[in-house]
Design a protein around this ligand. Structure first.
Ligand code: PLP
Length: 407
């Protein structure tokens, strides 16, 4: 680092330390620009980005078509409020409806808000069918759905809930892929079953196809909504547009966010008509959600995914990455398991992963650790085999040196 850039890094850190609520445990880097799968820090150092803005930057950084779209639309109109129609909200809803197999969309500003809306819709529909008693929610242990009271209430991890009680009641948590626990948790008072098709923050743990089918059948039996949270795993990340499509199960409501507007804040839930019709004017809304800029950028995101053949690339490079990770597991006893597919993968270690992340930063490869021992990879869909090779070289170095004596 030059002294000028290191002092600017220091200044950034000191300012944040003084003026921000200290809610984020940041890595010691400040990033100033990106291009494709690379990021640059304040010192001008270039990094391979395998974190992808926690699943947001599916098109990498500064994608020329996204930059052009933002430029054009911001010069026309950025925001209107939902008092007026805009040119793009309906078209985006149409695209999402067609690709999801569902019927109507609502646009929010984040994943958490998409979850809130989905829960509200499920409650309304539940009350319609079974009165106020039909309010119960079944969710999964180890899940993560966001930080508002509703989303936190269905998040099955104490570390996110503790200190904020009382939360929304009543929520029953069942273990992932435990079909019999799921069956016994659901009653006629259940209004929603909420699952991440692939648990992201929980460490890339997938609902099995059988479990999803069981959830679908149970929801139908009890007239409850099956809500699938695809905020992290959806919109192409697995190589399918939605992860649920691989299991042949369609939810009643799907929630999405992260990559949809290529880094601008936008979320959505898309619902089956039988649920969507339960909500009318004034029952839900937001000032920002579905504005012309975010919706036009999201339409461009969808067009780029299709026109640049990115789902095929995600499948191809994802399979290569999974193979390489499996090879690492064979070679290094400190890897417990490798999981995931496409551009959502994990290496579960037998020891805490932070030292590997630190080594990655030294070697200019950005990785992330979740659940303490899980290295999580959410790179851009633009990733190529050569980038995987680079990551694997760094991982080998880390696993060799840091794995010593840890078995
Ligand atoms: N649901 C899942 C599966 C997530 O991974 C996240 C965020 O990481 C959320 C919900 C919350 O989304 P947001 O942070 O956009 O509010």
């Amino acid at each position: 680092m030059t002294s000028e850039s290191s002092s600017s890094f220091q200044a950034i850190v000191e300012r944040e330390n003084q003026y921000l609520l200290q809610t984020y445990a940041r890595y010691p880097l400040a990033m100033v620009k990106g291009k494709g799968v690379y990021l640059w820090d304040t010192s001008g150092r270039k990094y391979l980005d395998l974190v992808g803005g926690l699943g947001v930057n599916a098109l990498g950084h500064a994608h020329p078509r996204i930059v052009k779209t933002i430029r054009e639309q911001s010069a026309r109109v950025i925001h209107l409020s939902n008092l007026y129609y805009n040119e793009f909200q309906g078209s985006l809803a149409e695209r999402l409806v067609k690709v999801s197999g569902l019927d109507r969309a609502f646009f929010s500003n984040s994943g958490t808000e998409a979850m809130e809306g989905a829960l509200k819709l499920a409650r309304l529909a539940g009350h319609h069918v079974g009165g106020e008693a039909k309010s119960r929610i079944v969710a999964l242990e180890g899940s993560f759905h966001g930080r508002t009271f509703g989303a936190m209430s269905i998040t099955g991890q104490d570390k996110y809930r503790k200190g904020f009680e009382p939360l929304l009641e009543p929520v029953t948590f069942v273990p992932l892929n435990d079909a019999s626990a799921l069956r016994s948790a659901i009653t006629d008072e259940t209004c929603a079953i909420v699952l991440e098709t692939i648990q992201g923050e929980g460490g890339i743990r997938e609902c099995s196809s059988e479990f999803l089918r069981e959830a679908r059948a149970a929801a139908d039996r009890h007239q409850a909504a099956l809500i699938l949270d695809e905020i992290q795993c959806g919109l192409g990340r697995t190589g399918s547009f939605f992860a649920y499509q691989d299991a042949g199960v369609t939810p009643d409501i799907v929630t999405i966010a992260k990559p949809i507007a290529a880094g601008l804040p936008l979320g959505a839930f898309v619902a089956r008509e039988s649920f969507a019709r339960e909500i009318g004017a004034g029952k839900h809304g937001t000032t920002f959600g579905g504005g012309p800029l975010t919706c036009r950028v999201a339409l461009e995101y969808l067009a780029i995914i299709a026109e640049e053949g990115l789902l095929a690339q995600v499948q191809r490079v994802g399979a290569y990455m999974a193979d390489q990770f499996r090879e690492l597991q064979k070679k290094y006893g400190v890897i417990e398991e490798t999981r995931g597919r496409g551009m959502i993968q994990a290496i579960q270690l037998k020891f805490p992963g932070r030292p590997i992340v630190d080594l990655g930063m030294q070697e200019a490869v950005l990785m992330n650790v979740t659940q303490e021992k899980v290295l999580r990879f959410l790179p851009a869909f633009l990733l190529e085999e050569k980038h995987v090779d680079k990551a694997v070289r760094v991982l080998k170095k880390g696993l060799r040196s840091l794995g010593k004596g840890q078995k």
